[in-house]
Design a protein around this ligand. Structure first.
Ligand code: ZN
Length: 237
């Protein structure tokens, strides 16, 4: 299964903005993330607050204008998150980021997941479909999560994944989890491809002192508790 969270040309990854790190496993330029991090987040601000606010936030976060359609330095996304928190407060910023994550997930569904895959995965046993989705996301996670390492595990009624360290959450120290962008993006994908009532939530976050950002995936539509006891370790094995 081939899925890319955002488009990127090799040329763009060697563009003017420097990349600062290379990840294990042969991935390169993992300090870059897909342009949807900026595009969708600013689109939410524009829709909720108007174009003047979107321009204000963009300029104060020193984002490029116009926004690039190729990979961007993850620090630009961090600067945008910092600006959102500064202007609107943590809760409002998280709400905007959550919607931006959902829009990014929908973009990925429409543009980055082949139609046959969209047709086949929902017909598979849910654990198999989730395993295939998480494997595909993991293979391309650096376009989604930048320099963060991505690990995942499938369990009978769902699964979980970690981002270590999640750059955005590490940027936005707060008294609440700050990774709803990632949670909602994943939730859109899981609902479309695995289980229509699935829920994804961040259970532990670097922003609040956890060594990683840890997300749970619950597939059942029932009243299955979403919040589980936090585990001290971020290891999923
Ligand atoms: Zn987090």
């Amino acid at each position: 299964m081939h899925v890319v969270m955002d488009s990127a040309s090799r040329a763009s990854r060697h563009g003017a903005v420097s990349a600062t790190s290379a990840a294990p496993g042969g991935r390169e330029d993992t300090s870059r993330v897909g342009p949807n991090t900026l595009i969708q987040t600013l689109a939410v601000v524009r829709d909720r607050r108007g174009p003047g606010w979107a321009q204000y936030v963009s300029s104060h976060a020193r984002l490029p204008d116009p926004l690039p359609r190729t990979m961007v330095d993850e620090r630009a996304f961090g600067a945008l998150v910092t600006q959102l928190v500064s202007e609107f407060g943590v809760d409002q910023a998280e709400e905007y980021l959550s919607e931006a994550g959902a829009r990014t997930g929908e973009y990925v569904l429409r543009n980055r997941i082949p139609r046959p895959v969209r047709a086949v995965l929902p017909r598979l046993p849910r654990s198999l479909a989730l395993r295939a989705l998480l494997r595909a996301v993991g293979a391309h996670s650096w376009t989604f999560a930048g320099s963060a390492g991505f690990e995942s595990r499938v369990r009978p009624e769902g699964g979980e994944f970690t981002l270590t360290p999640s750059f955005v959450c590490a940027t936005a120290a707060a008294d609440r989890p700050m990774g709803s962008y990632y949670a909602r993006a994943m939730e859109v994908l899981v609902r479309a491809l695995v289980a229509p009532h699935a829920r994804v939530a961040e259970q532990a976050c670097i922003a609040t002192g956890s060594p990683c950002c840890r997300f749970s995936i619950v597939l059942a539509p029932s009243r299955t508790p979403l919040v589980e006891p936090l585990e001290a370790s971020c290891a999923l094995s």
